[in-house]
Write a protein that binds this ligand. Sequence first.
Ligand code: ADP
Ligand code: MG
Length: 269
Amino acid sequence: MEEIISLKNINYSYYGKIPALKNINLSVKKGEMVAIIGLNGSGKSTLLHIINALILPDSGEFLFSGNPVTEKSVNNKTYGLQLRQTMGFIFQNPEIQLFCPTVFDELLFAPLQLSLPVETAVDRAEKTLSFLDIEYLKDRPVYMLSGGEKKKVAIASVLTMNPEILLIDEPLSSLDPKTQTFFIDLLLELNHAGKTLIFTTHHLDLVDHLQPRVAVLSDEHTIQKTGTASEILNDEEFLISVNLIHEHVHKHENGEHKHFHSHYVFHKH
Ligand code: ADP
Ligand code: MG
């Protein structure tokens, strides 16, 4: 399969002094689903920002569809536009991506940017509102939405764009459990329909559910290991070493009960 994203020896630090990514090598093929996992501060969001060319690496090489992504290429109008239209970014914090006066304007923005006919754009926006069950928000100014509603509108605005690649930073954040389930199933459907998905998470049960290829970022901001979801999830020793699971001791009436505890969201004892 065609390699669409290729990162070679990527380094990035904020203000030249706060290291965020060190010597990252990662490639993603068209149609793949890849999870970037790691603890807070390991560099997951920074890595997604690099992939979306929102920031450029300090050193290393980033190829998008075989072409180098550099300051010069990103500033090239045609190439920059192609990059933006191919990748849709769902930010962890939806505030960052909502900028239109109303929810409906927000959903129309991408299809109109793509020069689709107005009727097609309106149709796409209306179908997406109904699909996400947020028709009632259609004419609402975006500042009059709850956090969860903002997140849904942000998701909707990326869906109306219908990008080939979806970058999703912490898919579960700000969503209630029912919407989380809906969104997770939607991600699976989109991947089955051929979309390339790259998401970040520290929830191992999400990895278990979606079965992506996994890249694990360590506290040292390097990729410690890549593998299939089951290769990663079954390597208890490794998961302990990167602090994604820890030993948990319970006291019961009949003594102590020891087991490994992950940061699973729906973890049950
Ligand atoms: P994650 O998404 O895994 O929590 P981030 O990519 O946000 O990690 O952060 C990686 C490192 O970069 C952390 O040490 C963090 O403090 C730092 N960092 C992230 N964003 C900024 C920023 N805007 N300015 C300065 N440092 C940042
Ligand atoms: Mg993050």
